[in-house]
Write a protein that binds this ligand. Structure first.
Ligand code: LLP
Length: 418
């Protein structure tokens, strides 16, 4: 459910016509809905009501400071995977005690930063990392709170690039090695075992993989208990899908209903790390039609956004609805919607049936709030898009469009070239 709807053939973001925002701020432009974000966050929070839990929004989906602030005010924690994300989470006011830190390649500097910030826990992805964290914590004279990320070898039936829970993947430690590594951790002087973490993939549209994975993790928790290792936090990761096209994703309530009975006899605090299911359908990318082009029988709609703004179609052949900002009756065309970047992979849709767009017409690429701006780049030396947050009748620019000057920020000409 989102709040981008037509009123009299005009697409609105909550109560503001999208056209009005685009005219003021220009294109390409990301627009987010305050109301949708709140709704999605609270859907999670309420679904798990009745069982101790922390919702740790996965910053990688969208790390705009204003969005994070909005979520922080609702009580959100965060799942971070880099020093940069930790910095942003703290900057937005997310309490360190609600921050978990995953990722297979944490650097020494990042570990020190997280220890000094006193985050809730590290989700440790290898024994090698465990030893490193122990050593650094020892040097700092602190105890590092940790969970081991276990890889439950569960297929998440999603795109191979965003599936993470099979043993062939680089993430976590194989679940059959978990006891051994927990036992190792329990003997280290400078780490404190707090939890178990798992995350099996993203855009998962069924509840069953979550249940299967959790069952495996619960067996592990039981085994640990019998060895005297108590688990306080059970981090079940993120990954709940959204509806991009026809797929129907489970409501957080269905996830909670399947999960809570499995943990109700335990005294865990659950950690859930949703990213896409909070931000995905809360954002759209607005782009302007530049040219229409016909090659033999093929039609192209060339727009001013490119794969540098939204890479999901190029990278995962992801489907995004593309809607006209102003609906009009017009002849249908089957076209590829493409960007200006010098790569054949620069497309938003292939063979899409749509009303024939006109020059300068605005199009909305839907479901772009997660892994949209956060994966954008300056490829082809394109300035990154502006971002706007709408709340009711108001809207604010929450990130200025980059300028050409931003493109050379930090670059230096060496003396021998002067
Ligand atoms: N926790 C961990 C440890 C993760 O690796 C991820 C996502 C999440 C939580 C959040 O998952 P979500 O609820 O958003 O599915 N760029 C890809 C998605 C990559 C997801 C990576 N990990 C895409 O655009 O589809």
């Amino acid at each position: 459910m989102h709040d981008f709807i037509y009123k009299n053939s005009e697409l609105y973001a909550e109560e503001v016509p999208v056209r009005e925002i685009a005219e003021k701020v220009g294109t390409p432009l990301y627009i987010y809905s305050h109301k949708t974000l709140l709704k999605h966050y609270n859907a999670f929070d309420e679904a798990f009501d009745g069982y101790p839990h922390i919702i740790c929004f996965a910053l990688k989906a969208n790390s705009n400071l204003a969005l994070l602030k909005l979520l922080a005010r609702e009580g959100s924690g965060s799942d971070v995977v880099s020093g940069g994300e930790l910095f942003l989470a703290l900057k937005a006011g997310i309490p360190a005690k609600k921050i978990v830190y995953a990722g297979v390649g944490k650097t020494k500097e990042e570990i020190i930063y997280a220890l000094k910030s006193r985050i809730l826990m590290f989700n440790v992805e290898s024994p090698d990392e465990l030893m490193t964290i122990d050593k650094i914590a020892g040097e700092l004279g602190v105890k590092a709170p940790i969970a081991l990320r276990v890889n439950p070898d569960i297929s998440a039936s999603t795109h191979p690039y965003i599936s993470t829970g099979l043993k062939k993947h680089k993430f976590g430690i194989p679940i059959n090695k978990a006891l051994e590594y927990y036992s190792l951790a329990s003997k280290l002087n400078n780490v404190k075992i707090l939890g178990i973490h798992k995350h099996i993939g993203s855009q998962i549209t069924k509840v069953s993989p979550f249940v299967e994975a959790l069952k495996k993790v619960l067996v592990l928790a039981q085994d640990l208990k019998s060895q005297g290792i108590e688990i306080k936090y059970l981090d079940i990761g993120g990954g709940l899908g959204i509806s991009y096209d026809e797929e129907v994703a489970p409501h957080p309530k269905s996830l909670a209903r399947a999960i809570i009975p499995l943990v109700s006899s335990h005294n865990f605090t659950l950690i859930i790390e949703p990213g896409r299911s909070i931000a995905g359908n809360a954002g759209i990318l607005i782009t302007k039609v530049l040219y229409l082009k016909k090659h033999l029988k093929k039609e192209f709609v060339i727009v001013d956004a490119g794969m540098n703004d939204l890479i999901r179609p190029s990278l995962y052949e992801a489907y995004h609805h593309i809607l006209p900002v102003t609906r009009k009756n017009r002849p249908k065309v089957i076209a590829d919607v493409v960007g200006p970047i010098c790569e054949s992979g620069d497309f938003f849709a292939k063979g899409r049936k749509m009303g024939r767009p006109r020059h300068d017409e605005l199009l909305a690429i839907m479901s772009a709030g997660a892994y949209g701006f956060s994966m954008s780049s300056n490829y082809n030396s394109r300035t990154r898009a502006a971002e706007v947050l709408v709340k009711g009748k108001d809207f604010s620019v929450i990130r200025e469009r980059e300028t050409y000057k931003d493109l050379i920020k930090g670059e230096k000409i060496p003396a021998f070239l002067k």
